[in-house]
Design a protein around this ligand. Structure first.
Ligand SMILES: O=C(O)CCC(=O)C(=O)O
Ligand SMILES: [Fe+2]
Length: 214
């Protein structure tokens, strides 16, 4: 498939670049249980998604996390204090759709290289205002095993040490802190790894989602 494309269009290059990002994410997941790809999003798409998120948030479209799709989560500000907005192809938003196209490519690549059998996904924008956090938790609900893999992509181009809001992964005998830097994606098994979002000192933007079966 790759070789049938005209290199002059740049498509071949883009596909190779994408595959490298996909493989980086998958290989690091296999090696360390937590996949990390620093440049999963290119800077243009990351900026467009960040601008879209900011606009939707300022127009009042975000809801407190824990309400809406998963009523089972306790609506408890002591547990998590982020705000979310679910992405949907039905919005016909070109930037959201570009993100979905990227995820479609990733899922195809994941299924064909790792036989993961992913059949669906869900993603939401997340906004953690200064002072917010998400305490230690697992992403797979006890009564619903459909969430197989968690995937978080960050949209904070100016993040610096001291801003807080790191993703802390709790491994069996160690902790791993991941900075929420723009373009970076993190990928791990939803049923396996407990994790938390440390208190952020500045607004922290991201897209969080789950790859699902069934
Ligand atoms: O934003 C993150 O780094 C993690 C978010 C998270 O754990 C969740 O939404 O379940
Ligand atoms: Fe989580």
């Amino acid at each position: 498939m790759l070789s049938s494309l005209n290199p002059a269009t740049g498509l071949t290059f883009n596909l190779h670049f994408l595959q490298t990002a996909f493989d980086t994410l998958i290989d690091s997941y296999i090696d360390n249980k937590v996949g990390i790809a620093e440049n999963f999003l290119n800077a243009t798409l990351a900026n467009q998604l960040r601008e879209k998120l900011a606009a939707l948030h300022s127009q009042g479209h975000f809801q407190s996390a824990g309400t809406g799709n998963e009523k089972i989560i306790l609506h408890d500000k002591l547990y998590r204090s982020d705000m979310i907005y679910w992405l949907d192809r039905k919005h016909n938003d070109p930037v959201e759709n570009e993100f979905f196209d990227l995820m479609d490519s990733f899922v195809l690549h994941l299924n064909s290289t790792c036989y993961t059998g992913i059949t669906g996904y869900e993603f939401h924008y997340a906004m953690y205002p200064a002072g917010s956090f998400y305490k230690k938790h697992l992403d797979q609900f006890r009564n619903n095993p459909s969430r197989q893999y968690s995937m978080i992509t960050y949209l904070n181009p100016d993040w610096q040490e001291g801003n807080g809001g790191e993703l802390r992964i709790h491994h069996a005998d160690s902790e791993q802190d991941i900075s929420p830097v723009s373009g970076k994606s993190v990928f791990f098994k939803s049923s396996e790894l407990e994790h938390e979002v440390l208190v952020t000192n500045t607004a922290r933007l991201s897209i969080t989602g789950w790859l699902k079966v069934g």
